[in-house]
Write a new protein. Sequence first.
Lengths: 204, 204
Amino acid sequence: MGIQDYLKSGNERLDKQLLFTAEIDRMTGVLRQTLLIDKSRRENDAEHSWHIAVMAMLFREYAKEPVDIGRVVQMCVVHDLIEREADDTFAYDEKANLDKEERERKAADILFSKLPEEQGKMIRSLWEEFDAMQTPDAKYAACMDRLQPFLHNTLTGGHTWFNGRVKKPMVEKRMAVIREFMPEVYKWIEANIERGIERGWLAP
Amino acid sequence: MGIQDYLKSGNERLDKQLLFTAEIDRMTGVLRQTLLIDKSRRENDAEHSWHIAVMAMLFREYAKEPVDIGRVVQMCVVHDLIEREADDTFAYDEKANLDKEERERKAADILFSKLPEEQGKMIRSLWEEFDAMQTPDAKYAACMDRLQPFLHNTLTGGHTWFNGRVKKPMVEKRMAVIREFMPEVYKWIEANIERGIERGWLAP
C-alpha cells in the first residue's frame, strides 16, 4: 500500500492536507552545510527552521522596526519548504546561486499545488515575502536565518566557512540584512568575523 | 575555549539570548519513539516541533473554536523545550508518566532561568498553557501534537504502537482532545485505529 491509501479520510481537502503533511517530513533529510553545535552531524532543514522560529521569539528587541512575531514565526517554519523539491543551496556557492531563483520558483509551483488552492497561495506568499526581504517581518526573519548559521559556525570552529573557502566579503554580504536591521546584533557579528579571520577559519 | 567565550557581545542580555539559542540546539538530539515517515531513523524533538508548527497553519478549519494561529505556532515551537533537561517521556509509558509533571517542572525552572526574566516567563507561560489544554489555542496545539505522531505511526507500520505494546484504549485516551476539538479529523483517526488493530499493529 502507498501512503495515499492510508490517507483516504472521505474528505478530499483533508486528504490533501494530510498528504502534504506526510510529504514535508522529507525536510528532515534535506541537509545543510552547517553542523549542529555539538558537531555530531550536519543540520537538516526541519531543525534549522525550528531553531530560527524559536529565535524569532527572543531577538525582537534589536529589530529597528516593529515586527509581528506570530507572522514571523510562521514565515520561519515555511521559509525553506521549497527545498523539499529544490534542495538546499549553499549560501556561499556562487555558481549554484545563479539559477537558484529559477529552480526554486519551479519547486514552489510543484510543492504548493499539492495543497488546497488558498492554502498553497497563503504559504507561497509568506515564502515570497521572506525571499524579497522588503517588509519588516521578512527582514527580521531573514536576520534569524543568517544569525543562526553564523552562531553555529562560530561555535563549530568555522566549519562551513573553512570547508567552503569562504572570504570575509561574502560573509559581510550575507550578513548585510543584520547590519541594516539589527545593528546591535551586528556588532557581535563583526567582532566574530574578525576573530574568524584571526583563527584562520575565514579568508580575509 | 568554552561556548560562553564566543558569546561575549558586551551586552549581557544579548549574551544570555545567544547562549540560550546555542543550548536549545540540543533538542536535535532528544529522540522520540516515533520514526520519520521514510523509516530511516527516530525523529527528534526539533523536527517534531517544526512539523506540528507547519501543521498548525493547515488544519485550523477543523477546529471547533477560533484559534490564533500566530500564537499556536509559537506554542508549537516551544512546547517541548523543557525536554532539553527532562528528556522525552514516551506518551504510552504509564510508569514514566507518573513523575513526568514533577520532572518537567524542575526542568522548566532550570531552562527558563537561562533567559532574561520576562522572556523566560513568556515562554514558560506558553508551555504551561499548552500543557493545561484549557484554552482553544492550547487544545488546537495539542491536537497537532497528537495528530502528527498518529500520522507517522499509520505510515510506518504502527512502529511505536507495536514496539510499545500499546492498546486501543491508550490511543483513544491520547487522541481524546482531537475527538473533542476536531471531530472531523477524529473520524480519520478512528478508522485508522481500527485498521491498526486489523493489521496487528495495535492491541485491541
